[in-house]
Design a protein around this ligand. Sequence first.
Ligand SMILES: C[S@@+](CC[C@H](N)C(=O)[O-])C[C@H]1O[C@@H](n2cnc3c(N)ncnc32)[C@H](O)[C@@H]1O
Length: 280
Amino acid sequence: MPEPITQTEYWNGDVGARWAGMQAELDQVFAPLTASLLEGAGLRPGERVLDIGCGCGEIALLAAARSGAGGGVTAVDVSRPMLARARTRPATGAPIRWIEADAQTHPLAQEHDRGHDVALSRFGVMFFEDSCAAFANIRRALRPGGRLAVLCWRALAENPWVSLPRAAVLSVVPEPAASPPGSPGPFRFAEGEALVDLLGQAGFTGAAVAPIECPLEIGADPEAATRFSATVGPIAGLLREIDDPALRERALAALRDAMPAEGPVRLGAACWLATAVNPG
Ligand SMILES: C[S@@+](CC[C@H](N)C(=O)[O-])C[C@H]1O[C@@H](n2cnc3c(N)ncnc32)[C@H](O)[C@@H]1O
């Protein structure tokens, strides 16, 4: 059996390149969730912000604009192609330091001598090898009283923007074996209470999860929605596993057929906004 690839390898390969290429579309699709994250974080001018798994930089850039020239942003990710994309984007407000590092093991506390006021993440905290160690490391990078606000996906069944296209592809190819519980992946924290417990184990206080639900427009028309599903996210992962080109074409056709016949494609999404405080 070949060794499974690490998350650093995964996000530095084809997947990272695809996310970088789809940055504008992804940020548009996730815009309503981005707004919920920023509102939940309650950023104030002058704050020092840490963006975990910053990817192509949307949250870091918006946080920099909000915290203004008196603030600062540290943005951490393992993906070179996604960080490269982030660095090309126009920034305003607080200076941003883009850091290529593993947020689980990099000494984040050294990145700001007074500590960060807030650690944010849009879907960047579900991929750690050791989630408790990673959250403890993130907590140590916060000043006493500093806050955490992160978005994670709820269960697959509560996310039709993934489950509907997934069912279409699985009408053509067999379902892959499930990953062992606790493995890194988009639905790692589908159980909100488990995430609350984990944050407590990592030394946070007042951990809580709030449900967020909204439709996501994954394409302005069915072709754009099919392209989006087939390029990034869990469906793209399923398609990548299909070696036979003819079978892959059939799976893509099934994906297209599962979309509405015309018009914008809006499908439901469900997340947790997890918040907690570093007691110091
Ligand atoms: C689903 S993407 C989200 C990216 C970005 N936050 C966004 O919303 O567009 C997950 C991100 O987490 C990053 N990531 C995964 N494991 C990481 C780790 N241990 N340390 C830092 N970043 C990590 C990936 O490289 C990727 O950019």
